[in-house]
Design a protein. Structure first.
Length: 442
């Protein structure tokens, strides 16, 4: 009999498993067997077919696939609360860009990325899709902490030399080669937006994306004026402009998509480009509310991101799900729109689809990456339990995130980060605060 027992690396035992697979199965009394970073089996707890050196008891937990933060700027973590209560244009041009010009360095990017990644893991996030500067340092920080990332060096034309513009994409291709053996890290092209990159730059990014099978990650139609200015300047609406350039033929994901009309949605759906909604950031900067009901009607894949911490001001996907579900019930006048299960799909499988990772991420299924989050039911606010989807979206907060497994490795255990020292990360942030705050006063 014993010969029938296989040894695996890790077993997650019991709990309420929300698979987020096509059938949206909810499994009770099941184990997840993990080997070499992959889900090898999901099987009833009554069949003792696996043994493992390590077992996580998930009995009092809801078990979900790792959350995917599909749009963020993780090195901005040190600019949290630096400037608030302003419209996007003033916030960006008068506060954020000058602060970045003064302070951003490879060292800051590494330290702030480590901080942001630690915060995201404690919020149940396993993958971030990031756009910033010095993305090699972010890749190193994510490797240290054991988190996944797709990283794009932001292309903002006004900040670049002619040489830099000529070499767009070179660095991403080099980094891709450099990190080829690192299964956690990949790179993308990140033209910041239509209003910061001219047509030739967007064309160049498109060429590289198409010839090297590289994703494009950009901002699109975040504010009303951005969409209006595109029409004024180019005589054409933003999505049609990108189509004319050929960019929609590439694998492109667009953050925000607040000010888009139905003809533009049709085009996005036709090309299979996804929208990343960033509700909290859009509310705080009064950018608007993305038309998610129309996107759904047109069959556009919509996933979710926190955006940078400077415009949120947290990296909490659980609260992002909560606020997204509720704000769209108000705008549509329909409480049945965006039920909790749909919102959880946006934060998991839809993110995987958007990033081209559907085959390996976004759901708990045999053969997929072992990226698993355990949410504790051991708190006043999590009892009693009738509907686990409702709990995840409406009742739970980041304090409920107990354990996080990424690529089969436990990176958070009983709320303690296993690969980094949280106290040290907090101490480092305080050192930067002194430096940044004193510069702001000058
Ligand atoms: Zn952004």
């Amino acid at each position: 009999m014993s010969s029938k027992i296989s040894t695996v690396d890790l077993i997650i035992s019991g709990g309420t498993i929300l698979c987020i697979d096509p059938e949206m199965r909810v499994l009770k009394n099941h184990n997840i067997a993990i080997q070499n970073g992959i889900i090898r089996d999901i099987y009833p707890t009554t069949s003792a077919i696996y043994e493992a050196a390590e077992t996580i008891d998930a009995q009092d937990c809801i078990v979900i696939p790792g959350l995917i933060n599909a749009h963020t700027h993780v090195p901005m973590t040190y600019f949290r609360g630096l400037a608030d209560d302003l419209p996007l244009d003033t916030w960006l041009r008068n506060h954020i860009w000058p602060a970045e010009a003064r302070h951003v360095s490879p060292r800051l990017v590494y330290d702030a990325s480590l901080h942001g990644a630690a915060e995201m893991i404690k919020n149940g996030i396993v993958l971030l899709n990031d756009m910033y500067f010095f993305c090699e340092q972010t890749a190193q920080a994510l490797t240290t902490i054991g988190m996944r990332g797709i990283l794009g060096e932001a292309v903002i034309q006004a900040m670049m030399s002619a040489d830099g513009i000529h070499n767009i994409g070179k660095q991403a291709l080099q980094l891709r080669t450099q990190f080829a053996d690192n299964p956690l890290i990949d790179f993308a092209l990140s033209p910041h937006s239509i209003y910061t990159c001219d047509r030739s730059v967007l064309e160049k990014c498109t060429d590289i994306a198409l010839s090297h099978d590289m994703m494009i990650h950009m901002h699109l139609c975040e504010t009303k004026s951005e969409s209006e200015n595109c029409l004024k300047e180019h005589g054409i609406k933003p999505v049609f402009y990108l189509d004319q350039i050929g960019l929609l033929k590439a694998h492109a994901v667009m953050a925000h998509g607040v000010w888009i009309d139905e003809d533009e949605m049709e085009l996005l759906a036709h090309h299979g480009n996804s929208i990343i909604t960033c509700t909290d950031s859009n509310l705080k900067l009064v950018s608007g509310i993305a038309p998610l009901q129309q996107y759904a009607a047109h069959g556009v894949n919509v996933c979710m991101g926190t955006d940078g911490v400077a415009s949120n001001n947290n990296l909490d996907m659980l609260s992002e799900m909560d606020i997204t579900a509720k704000i769209h019930k108000i705008t549509t006048g329909d409480p049945s729109f965006l039920p909790a299960s749909d919102v959880l799909r946006m934060a998991t499988i839809n993110g995987a689809k958007a990033l081209g990772l559907e085959a390996s991420m976004g759901s708990l299924e045999i053969g997929k990456n072992a990226d698993v989050v355990l949410l504790s039911l051991d708190a006043l606010e999590t009892q009693p339990l009738y509907n686990p989807y409702s709990h995840v979206v409406y009742a739970m907060n980041s304090n409920c995130v107990r354990d996080v497994v990424i690529a089969g490795e436990i990176v958070l255990q009983n709320r303690v980060l296993t690969k980094v020292d949280e106290a040290e990360i907090i101490a480092t942030a305080k050192t930067y605060q002194k430096q940044i705050a004193s510069e702001q006063e000058k």
